[in-house]
Structures are given as structure tokens and as C-alpha cells.
Design a protein around this ligand. Sequence first.
Ligand code: NAI
Ligand code: MN
Ligand code: ZN
Length: 339
Amino acid sequence: MKSIVIRQPNELVIEEREIPTPGEGEVRVKVKLAGICGSDSHIYRGHNPFAKYPRVIGHEFFGLIDAVGEGVSKQRIGERVSVDPVISCGHCYPCSVGKPNVCTSLVVLGVHRDGGFSEYAVVPARNAWHIPDSIEDKHAVMVEPFTIAANVTGQAKPTAQDVALIYGAGPMGLVTIQALKGVYNVSQVIVTDRIPERLAMAERSGADMTINNGERSLQEALEEKGIKPTLIIDAACHPSILQEAVNLASPAGRIVLMGFSTEPSQVAQQGITGKELTVYSTRLNANKFPVVIGWLEKGLIDPDKLITHVMDYHLVGEAIEVFEKDQKRCCKVLLTFAE
Ligand code: NAI
Ligand code: MN
Ligand code: ZN
């Protein structure tokens, strides 16, 4: 089989490897579609501190189960599945409180262990989630990015009363808009970014208002309209955003952080306590695959609004380049694997 391997930073090869055999409790997935995410590019460029090389990247993938290991029902062969990349131990403290995404021995497919940019991938059977026939392949491969939004909303518990402000209209901002509008009926979702094309995508994903904070002050734009956001989500992830979010938030508001910057954010405590703000963080997803599959079945979200490119996996090098360089036109790039 062919696998897309990052041998070391900046060295991507399509390698011939032996088709793996599923072990106990595992299934083998014949991959049909996979999505490119920022973290794939970070591993490729050597910017992910968790990655070990060589590594088969890819943590967003969909396919068919074509073999099962011991202890897994043979009836699962032929099943359409999307794979949750989060592998957890099930018994540590975070696992016991429902946060397998921060398991003390967390393994993420495509990061710590070989992932889905491959003709076949062996994964734990319980990570392979059944996709009902009513959900098309192109939507099934988008479950993982939407689980990030499901994790955000699982923390912040939006209500229709909320006025939400989202920083960043990249893939993560867009999935969050769709969850807030489509699933939680949040009355007003405002999105800020510096790239007009991305703000246009935010509108297509359901944003009620967009503000280009490269052109004008966000604070002024909000004050002009008397808006005090009750829920702020940082999907742009610059360390300076936290203090601004604290300033902009309504008393009793919530802020959700998604970034992994190692630079400190300067923030005055009084800004937080004076309004009794709640600051949440979110990482990957905690058992959110069934949640998002439910959203798709009910038609509450539309992954098509994010998919801008579909390319053959042989073109992965070009695909990652388009993804990295063309933020104006490119959002989600899918790779197709041969039948
Ligand atoms: P992206 O880079 O495609 O999008 C970020 C967007 O933010 C860009 O459109 C950019 O123009 C905009 N932006 C940058 N600085 C800004 C500012 N000061 N104000 C307003 N807009 C600004 O990235 P993507 O894939 O959407 O991911 C966003 C962030 O989320 C990344 O930092 C990524 O590391 C993080 N992330 C976190 C996850 C988690 O589980 N916590 C999961 C996936 C991504
Ligand atoms: Mn992803
Ligand atoms: Zn654990």
C-alpha cells in the first residue's frame, strides 16, 4: 500500500509499505477520503512539538472497514466509518471525568501514531464510528473538524440568548459558526478576521455580522453598535487576543481559548474577576463523534461550505502548499484515495 510519510521535517514522500494487520480490538480501514488540517502542515514543517518522525500524517479520515482483529465482530467488515483520532486509556483521572482528549497517556492518530493519509490504516475498533448511509462520504470525512466545534460548545453551552464573537474565520472559526447558528440557534454571531475572502466564507457559514479588524478597531466597531459579546471564542489564537476579549466581554460572559501558543498572554485579573468571566480551554474532542454524526443526520451543519478543493492523494505535496499559501481561496482540502 501507499502511505504519505513525513520522514523528517520538510521531507514528504509517498512510500510503499506493507498492508498492516489489525491486532486484538482493532479494525483496518480502507481509506477513501482524508482532510488536510493545519496540524498536518505543522508536522510536515517541523512545528509540532508532539510529533515523532517518520510519521504517516492525517487525523481526519473516512473509509470502509475491510478487516477486523480478534474480539471484533466480523459483521463490521464493509462498514462505513469515520475515525476519531483520540486514543485514550479509559482509567486515568481525565478519562474518568469524561475528558479522554487530555488522557495522561493520550495518543493522537497522525501525530503520536501513524494516521490516515494512507491507503489503509489500523485503528482501535471503538475509534471507528459508524456512518449512516444518509451521510455522504464528503460529509463523513468532515466529522473530525466539527468535533472541535462540538467540544467548544460542550464547554461553553451556548444559548439562543448569547451574542457570540468569534476571532478567526479559518476552518476552526467556520465550524464554530455553523455549530452556534445551526445547532444552538445563537441569536447573533459576529466574526472578525483580517482577510475579506475569509469573512465572506464566514457569512456563507451563517455569521450575522463580520468585522475586518485589520481595517478598523474591533472595539470601536462593537461599541458603535452597543454590542457586548456574552460568548467569545478565540479561533485565531494570538496571545494578545485574551486581554482584548476580556475587555470586550459582557459581565458574566464566557471566553473559550483554542490556541497552543507558548508565548504568554498578558491579562489583568481584575478584568476577569470584575465581570466574573469564565475562561474555558478546549483541545481536540471528548467523545464528540456521535454528537457530530447526529448533527449531520439532522442536517444542522453543512460541511460543503468549507470544502474548497478535492485532490488525488498523489498530489498531496501541491495540496498542502495550496492549503498553506492560499488562505484567500482555500479552506478545507480533501484527498481522495484510489478504489
Ligand atoms: P487558520 O490559520 O486557517 O485560521 C486562523 C484565522 O485567524 C485566519 O483566517 C487569520 O487571518 C485569522 N487571524 C489571525 N490573527 C487574527 C487576529 N488577531 N484577529 C482576527 N483574526 C485573526 O487556522 P484554523 O485551522 O482555523 O485553526 C485556528 C487555530 O485553532 C490555530 O491556531 C490552531 O492551532 C487552533 N486549533 C486548535 C484546536 C484545539 O483543539 N484547541 C484544534 C484545531 C486547531
Ligand atoms: Mn483537524
Ligand atoms: Zn486516560
